[in-house]
Structure formats: C-alpha cells, structure tokens
Design a protein around this ligand. Structure first.
Ligand SMILES: [Zn+2]
Length: 121
C-alpha cells in the first residue's frame, strides 16, 4: 500500500481536506444507494400486491405474466432483463437522447410519451 490514512470520528477535520471530502462523498453515495434500495423494495411490494390481486381475480396466469415480461424485454432486440433501450431519438430533430428525457438537449423539443412507463424511466 502506497498510502494509508484514517482518523477518528471525534476529529474536527482530517489533516488532508481531500480525504475528508472523499469520505463525505462516499457516505452520501451510500445513503443514496440505501434510499434507492428502500424505494425498490417498496415498489416490489406494491407490484407483488397488484399482481396477486390480478392473479386472484382474473383468468390471467403466472405463465401469461412471464410471457409478457419476456415480450417487453425483447422489444429492443435484447433479452437483458430491461424495459427497452436506454436511448431514443428526438421526435423533432432525430438526434440521440436518453429515453425518458422530457426535453431534447439539442433542439428543445418536448418529447411526447407513448406510454406512462416511458415517463418513469
Ligand atoms: Zn431534438
């Protein structure tokens, strides 16, 4: 190891400011990841509840759900477990933009969405 550095929680500030900033940024990133994980778990819970209501009250089966998931996954030509391509074309100028982006960064055109799911990407 070329360089090793640590300081206690009670220290007012680290002797090397860059180390303190890096540790702060790392802690903030960990907090953001935890918050995203919590949101994902809540979304999974709601999705499962919705699915079980549909399954229990309609003729739709688990096999039908799996087939639809595979069909949607393959819409971009790749079986990658993702809902479509991450990039898209601006509806006005045709330049490449991030999918789900509200406004084209090149021409300013406000994109229309084909589905509400495009809005939540
Ligand atoms: Zn554009």
């Amino acid at each position: 190891m070329v360089f090793s550095y640590s300081y206690g929680l009670g220290d007012a500030s680290p002797p090397i400011a860059g180390v303190g900033r890096a540790q702060s940024a790392a802690a903030q990133a960990q907090d953001e990841v935890r918050a995203l994980e919590n949101r994902l778990e809540r979304m999974k819970l709601v999705t499962r509840a919705l699915w079980e209501i549909v399954r229990d009250h309609t003729p739709i089966t688990e096999a039908m759900l799996e087939a639809k998931v595979k069909q949607i996954d393959l819409r971009d030509g790749k079986a990658d477990g993702r809902d479509g391509a991450r990039i898209s074309k601006c509806q006005k100028c045709g330049r490449t933009i991030q999918r789900g982006q509200d406004t084209c960064q090149y021409c300013g055109h406000v994109q229309g969405f084909e589905s509400v799911f495009d809005w939540i990407r």
